[in-house]
Design a protein around this ligand. Structure first.
Ligand code: NAP
Length: 310
């Protein structure tokens, strides 16, 4: 068994899937936190508050602390670097220090945006070379988390999608827009979309295997975002003609973004040959299969916590 687990950011897309994966494995989840969206049994935590982080960890004494908590809004990070650094770097390191004090291992979620996208495809051996503030914050947090304790685990992911309380991931945006007949302009940047339940499974398996260091944990397929949107449309039975391709360089954004930031997953596949990363069609199929169970779960969410439009 993995010992007691704590999830900081349990209300997020990744955090919520982690809770499902560990619960399904019979793991003991000591506590899970929210920040600004209260819900059910989740405990409030702002990881910028180092005293509160330390007190919460001491109270629950987890042996593994997963930290999918962050401000992941890339444009917001670009426009508000000091404010977001306090969460994404300093907050993360508050947790890393509290874990070290307690002897707990930490799992930190990083991003393909630690790379500039010029090489196109990256292994864990490639040196980070971020071109935007979010990527710089992730790269700095990665270094700090590993410096705190080399047993910690850094999981770089990309384009996570799945069922979510607040339908903000790309797949749900495509589904919701197209089902209301709204056209979407989508850049043809290339990346590996990642089915969040698969990411959670892989996380749990890596923890059980005692893995440490950096791993690329993304979906099996590299694809252009506009093509992914069309696959989503087809999977959900919607009109893919509403998707308009925008060349990556023409997409208006305050943030420079990598044009091709595919991550190679051979390292994780060597350690977990029985839990491979899934590709886009398998991920979308699994998501559709999960829809009735998700709707049942969603009905149990207490209001006003539910930001949910299932
Ligand atoms: N989703 C992706 O495509 C993707 C891609 C690459 C990397 N990542 C990384 O993967 C991780 C998980 O992403 P996600 O999509 O699951 O994010 P998310 O859905 O936005 O969830 C973020 C979580 O962090 C919590 N949080 C926010 N500010 C906090 C603070 N100051 N203190 C403590 N908790 C705080 C939020 O709580 P409330 O909701 O209650 O405020 C929420 O539970 C992030 O580190 C993200 O950067 C994600």
């Amino acid at each position: 068994m993995d010992g007691k687990i704590m999830v900081i950011g349990g209300t997020g897309l990744v955090g919520n899937a982690l809770l499902r994966a560990w619960t399904a494995r019979g793991a003991e989840v000591a506590a899970a936190t929210y920040h600004s969206h209260p819900s059910g049994g989740f405990l409030q935590l702002d990881m910028r508050d180092s005293a509160r982080v330390g007190a919460l960890l001491k109270a629950h004494r987890p042996s593994v602390v997963a930290v999918p908590a962050a401000n992941p809004f890339v444009d917001y990070c670009e426009l508000h670097p000091e404010e977001t650094r306090k969460v994404n770097v300093e907050g993360t390191l508050n947790v890393a220090r509290a874990c070290r004090e307690l002897g707990a291992r930490m799992i930190f979620y990083s991003s393909d945006y630690v790379f500039d996208g010029l090489k196109g495809s990256y292994t864990e051996e490639d040196a980070p070379c971020p071109i935007n503030e979010y990527g710089r914050q992730k790269a700095e947090a990665e270094r700090g988390v590993l410096a705190c304790d080399p047993r910690n685990l850094i999981l770089r992911t990309s384009g996570a999608y799945g069922w979510q309380w607040e339908p903000k991931n790309f797949v749900l945006q495509v589904r919701n827009n197209l089902s209301e007949g709204h056209p979407m302009r989508v850049a043809n940047v290339r990346y590996n979309p990642t089915y969040v339940e698969n990411l959670a499974e892989i996380t749990a398996e890596l923890v059980s295997a005692g893995a440490s260091g950096i791993f690329h944990t993304v979906g099996a397929e590299e694809i252009a975002r506009d093509e992914f949107a069309r696959r989503v449309a087809r999977a959900f039975g919607l009109r893919d003609s509403l998707i308009q391709t925008v060349p990556a360089g023409e997409f208006k954004s305050p943030t420079p973004r990598p044009k091709q930031s595919s991550l190679r997953t051979q390292k994780v596949q060597r350690i977990l040959p029985d839990t491979p990363p899934v590709g886009v069609d398998a991920g979308l199929k699994a998501m559709l299969t999960m829809e009735p169970a998700w709707r049942d779960y969603a009905r149990t969410l207490p209001d006003p916590a539910a930001k949910l439009k299932p």
